[in-house]
Design a protein around this ligand. Structure first.
Ligand code: ASP
Ligand code: MG
Length: 420
């Protein structure tokens, strides 16, 4: 069993969908489970729709944009045969029913999870139907029947024992000897409310299925040649990392290398299932292999990782007393309760600084929780620049030239700067 993951960019328009069919054509006869994301930027679009909906602002234009985007792709892919393809119409009606329903008093994260998964539900229906149409027989699977999670909406945690059992017992039989298509990113609670695993969570879904199915390998198909030692758009000399250990992949993903979702590696590592990151444009290129290596460090090159949209939160107690253990546990509990993802921390005698992913709602929640006890200084729109496996080299100096550095940290072979 091979598990493939295709992201939004791989199905961003009709030509891209045709290319996915072409890639799959090279694997005819293989047993494959394909995990798919929402098409193009439709998750962002649905997020905008949720924001408008929650604030009681008009959202019909956004819904219309979502509808026409998909209907246009269907028309282009199927031509006259599009008239006999109803699944997407049904899903669009279902989505409208959710929006017409009474969500008053419901929490934002919950409402988000009842709406945003339609991106994946629709994309998988389209791809599955199109592949059948061109002779690549496949079966559509509903990921919600197998991925069971906590009710932490928008960042749901996997209920591993239930999920492993469902995948092993039910999905295993359904995916035998064929191509199957399912949704990334989505799951459900034990009481059947939809949940999502966090943005870019489809890689994680692929790893979860691979784990439960004891797959041979996972391949993430990308529009880049594989995992590079820097973003080629920003660092023209970026090089491909052809071989990475699981431990290094976890580190790179943690520091913000956006090619692999941070949670993806753990389940694969536990079962020693190798991960390939390959280009869907140039499928003969070898790409990157992430596998178990005896040696812990395989990467020889320095890696440069820039994480944008960061906020620096500096906390000081109102009476300027030391930030001690009691304060720290209170601060950490609040951060966890608000679901704020911390990327770097530093403390001095009277202040504690955190560099975190910026999320307006979560930051407001944090201010509500601890704002009356601490001076909270927020600096948004920052970048976190990490160099893994290196010292202060010329590349770093060039990159940081003229930047205002707010915080700097060195841990082992990792250097980090929070800068503007
Ligand atoms: N569609 C979701 C997102 O854009 C999940 C994913 O792409 O992995 O975040
Ligand atoms: Mg996506």
């Amino acid at each position: 069993m091979l598990v493939f993951k295709f992201g939004g960019a791989s199905v961003k328009d009709a030509a891209a969908v045709r290319n996915v069919a072409q890639v799959l054509g090279n694997f005819e006869g293989e047993e494959i489970l394909l995990v798919l994301s929402a098409m193009g930027k439709n998750t962002n679009l649905l997020e905008k729709l949720v924001d408008a909906y929650i604030k009681d602002l008009p959202y019909q234009n956004l819904l219309e944009e979502f509808r026409t985007f998909h209907l246009n792709i269907i028309a282009e892919l199927l031509g006259d045969d599009a008239r006999e393809f109803y699944e997407v119409d049904n899903l669009l009606v279902e989505l409208e029913c959710v929006l017409d329903g009474d969500q008053a008093g419901k929490d934002y994260d919950y409402v988000y999870d009842q709406i945003v998964p339609y991106g994946e539900l629709v994309s998988t229906r389209i791809l599955s139907h199109y592949l059948n149409h061109v002779g690549l027989r496949n079966r559509w699977l509903d990921a919600r029947n197998f991925i069971v999670t906590s009710s932490d909406h928008r960042r749901a945690r996997i209920d591993w024992s239930v999920t492993e059992d469902l995948i092993g017992r039910r999905a295993f039989k359904m995916v035998q000897k064929q191509l199957s298509i399912t949704q990334g990113f989505i799951g459900r609670t034990s009481s059947n409310a939809m949940t999502t695993l966090g943005r870019e969570g489809s890689d994680y879904t692929a790893a979860i299925f691979a784990y439960g199915l004891n797959a041979e390998s996972v391949t993430i198909w990308k529009d880049v040649p594989g995992v590079m030692n820097a973003d080629p758009k920003r660092f023209p000399d970026a090089q491909l990392l052809s071989d990475i250990s699981f431990k290094e992949a976890i580190e790179l993903a943690y520091y913000g290398a956006s090619v692999i979702h941070p949670k993806t590696i753990q389940p694969l590592m536990r079962k020693g299932i190798p991960l390939h990151v390959k280009s869907f444009v140039d499928i003969d290129e070898p790409g990157t292999q992430v596998a178990d290596h005896q040696r812990k460090s395989v990467i020889q090159l320095p890696c440069y990782i820039e994480k944008a949209n960061q906020v620096l939160i500096s906390l000081a107690s109102k009476d300027f007393s030391f930030i001690i253990e009691d304060n720290l546990s209170q601060i950490f509990n609040a951060l966890a309760a608000c679901g704020i993802q911390v990327n770097l921390m530093q403390n001095t005698a009277i202040s504690f600084s955190i560099c975190a992913n910026f999320d307006q709602r979560r930051i407001e929640q944090l201010t509500d929780m601890i704002g009356d006890q601490y001076h909270m200084d927020l600096t948004p729109e920052l970048n976190l620049f990490t160099v893994f496996n290196s010292h202060l080299d010329d590349e770093v100096k060039r990159h940081l030239k003229g930047a205002e550095v707010l915080l700097e940290q060195k841990t082992g072979n990792v250097l980090q700067w929070v800068h503007r």
